[in-house]
Ligand binder design. Structure first.
Ligand code: UDP
Length: 353
């Protein structure tokens, strides 16, 4: 029996549910008959992105606020996104990342235990792998060595260890999802991704093609990959959202802990992305090749077999053309325009590898 059997519309606390992946997951939960209760401090997410259930304004380091939200909404399970995500910032402010990401998760887990909530899906990242001594184009299974290349990755791995230990000790049942490159947007155009400043390839390539941004710089073309540019595993945010719902519904024994990659298993090169954006916009992306970006591994591609076997999950909308056309629709939507071009971000922040 899963917690789903206990109520007709089980309430799921979605910490960080006003952010990019959290908002898409809240929509997917709603569509699957759950009540997403978004708990967010709005330090990087946006109130406008909370559309599919109640909103609680709070910080995950605040045990009282978490306990009140769990009581008020009769919460049965938690999907935990809240945390800091900027890899570069984690290098200069590691203490902040440990306080928010690890400290916040300590508080969340003890509050869940106190309230008898024993089902968790945790937002982890392919950043837990780092380079890990892998051969250049190998896909990455969950058992691959863990060697995070940043304090951000360290905090995600530390949270995974802590959660696993609490599953063993207290009978918590948890799935950690290790995301590869989350991208795209919901086709509704209501929610999507925006960062300020933007650093991600797909939005920058779209802005360059639309003439809204600078020409794109391709960071290195001398990698040991088929066309010399980096390979990444781009996963549509709605496929990622669906993986969270499947992780929540999976029939797992009490005390089970699972870590699962969420990716397609297929890498796309920077130049392939540039071509796909050109096709979607109808104009080529102005670009030139520059130096490598520090810390970029040549290839980060998931072995997604475990997600298929354990969660019965497969990506259905993660072709590069679909990702890029949905990202383009979002960047042209009034919501994006009102947010980003109006001087603030729309639905911001994602957990990236
Ligand atoms: N990239 C690029 N030019 C840019 C931004 C990114 O060539 O202006 C490359 C980057 O080197 C990486 C890929 O695009 O190989 C994806 O980068 P992104 O920042 O989107 O995601 P990451 O893989 O760093 O999480």
């Amino acid at each position: 029996m899963t917690f789903m059997d206990r109520g007709s519309k089980p309430a799921v606390l979605v910490t960080g549910g006003a952010g990019y992946i959290g908002a898409h997951t809240a929509k997917a939960l709603h569509e699957q008959g759950f009540l997403p209760v978004v708990f967010d401090s709005l330090s990087s997410g946006f109130r406008e992105a909370v559309r599919w259930g109640p909103f609680v304004h709070g910080d995950i380091r605040d045990a009282g606020a978490l306990a009140d939200a769990i009581d008020a909404h009769n919460v049965k399970a938690v999907i935990h996104f809240a945390g800091l995500i900027e890899v570069g910032r984690s290098v200069v402010k590691p203490d902040l990342f440990w306080e928010h990401n690890v400290g916040g998760t300590v508080t969340l887990l003890s509050t869940m235990r106190e309230k008898g909530v024993n089902r968790l899906v945790f937002s982890s990242s392919a950043a837990v792998y780092g380079q890990g001594g892998r051969a250049a184009l190998e896909t990455i299974p969950e058992a691959a060595p863990k060697a995070p290349a940043s304090p951000y990755g360290d905090t995600k791995l530390a949270c995974e260890w802590m959660i696993e230990a609490q599953c063993r000790a207290y009978g918590l049942t948890a799935v950690a999802l290790r995301y590869f490159n989350a991208a795209g947007a919901d086709p509704s155009g209501l929610i999507g991704e925006a960062h300020e400043p933007e650093t991600h390839l797909i939005p920058l390539a779209i802005a360059a093609a639309l003439g809204d941004g600078k020409p794109l710089t391709v960071f290195g073309s001398d990698f040991d990959t088929p066309d010399g540019t980096c390979l990444r595993d781009y996963i549509h945010v709605n496929d990622l959202a669906a993986a969270h719902v499947e992780a929540l519904k999976a029939e797992l024994a009490p005390g089970a802990y699972e870590a699962v990659n969420v990716g397609t298993g297929v890498g796309a090169s920077v130049l392939e992305v540039v071509e796909a954006v050109g096709r979607a916009v109808g104009r080529p992306v102005p670009h030139s090749v520059g130096a490598r970006r520090a810390g970029d591994p040549p290839s980060l591609v998931a072995d997604p077999a475990r997600a298929g076997a354990l969660l019965n999950w497969r990506p259905v909308c993660s072709s590069l053309d679909q990702i890029v056309s949905d990202a383009l629709r979002w960047e042209r939507s009034p919501q994006y325009g009102a947010g980003v071009r109006g001087g603030r971000c729309g639905t911001v922040q994602t957990t990236h590898a």
